[in-house]
Write a protein that binds this ligand. Structure first.
Ligand code: ADP
Ligand code: MG
Length: 235
């Protein structure tokens, strides 16, 4: 089942709202986070887990705001030449603890020397949203594989899980603002992911089978060696 990107009126409303609110809300969250961490260092052992929970919840709020903000202004960011394997290593380091917490196995299979144009932090955000969904979809014996290869001038990035999967109706709603089947979900993650990939001139395809698992396939135009400008390598 092939998923196509779609824009709706709702998206326009969200982007206007996000641009005006996101910056103002994120700053006090960061300040509060800093003070909580400071206090957690001065408190007794019994109270420490509560501080940890509070910091985690603040991070969750921050992530949601970042997703809103990205939707509002995805094109303003600097586009540079990215080394995919380097980007993948950063993402792997961030996602391994989360996967372990959910009892799942996360495997990265990265091909070296794949270059493409994009924005590092946006790419991270886009892939983390997909991997987080996979982590939330798996159960016992859950396995998630993230792998990159190249084929005919394209980078091919796959995120494959053996989680709960989706039916055709669910697949068709992916990326629609507020579509979520989770009690604590926002339904913003994939909307932002699709938008980021689109801005980076990539494409995304979703294959999924209920009860079996899900596969996200992302393609970016590959930059071949002789086209790499020396200037780009310094960024
Ligand atoms: P949220 O995670 O907040 O629900 P997302 O936009 O990230 O919002 O995802 C929307 C919905 O798509 C999820 O609620 C879930 O139903 C479905 N989904 C996304 N990825 C997967 C996956 N890997 N396996 C099963 N369902 C998924
Ligand atoms: Mg999500």
């Amino acid at each position: 089942y092939n998923h196509r990107l779609q824009r709706t009126e709702k998206m326009k409303i969200i982007s206007d709202l996000a641009a005006s609110v996101a910056h103002e809300v994120r700053n006090p969250l960061q300040v509060t986070r800093g003070f909580l961490q400071l206090l957690s260092g001065r408190t007794d052992e019994k109270s420490k887990p509560y501080f940890e929970l509070a910091v985690n919840e603040l991070d969750r709020a921050s992530d949601i705001i970042t997703d809103f903000l990205t939707f509002a202004k995805p094109e303003l960011d600097k586009i540079t030449l990215l080394d995919l394997s380097k980007e993948m290593k950063k993402i792997e380091a961030m996602m391994l603890p989360l996967a372990a917490m959910h009892g799942g196995i996360l495997i990265f299979n990265t091909q070296e020397n794949l270059y493409f144009y994009g924005n590092s932090s946006k790419l991270k955000q886009a892939l983390i949203n997909i991997i987080k969904n996979s982590i939330e979809a798996i159960g016992i014996d859950g396995i998630i594989e993230v792998k990159s290869t190249s084929e005919q001038g394209e980078i091919i990035l796959k995120i494959i899980d053996n989680g709960e999967g989706m039916d055709e109706e669910e697949i068709s709603k992916l990326g629609v603002p507020f579509f979520s089947t989770k009690t604590k979900g926002t339904g913003l993650g994939l909307m932002v992911t699709f938008r980021i990939i689109e801005v980076m001139k990539g494409t995304i395809k979703v294959l999924s089978t209920k009860g079996k698992g899900t596969e996200f396939i992302i393609r970016f135009p590959l930059v071949v060696d002789d086209k790499i400008l020396p200037d780009d390598l310094n960024v």
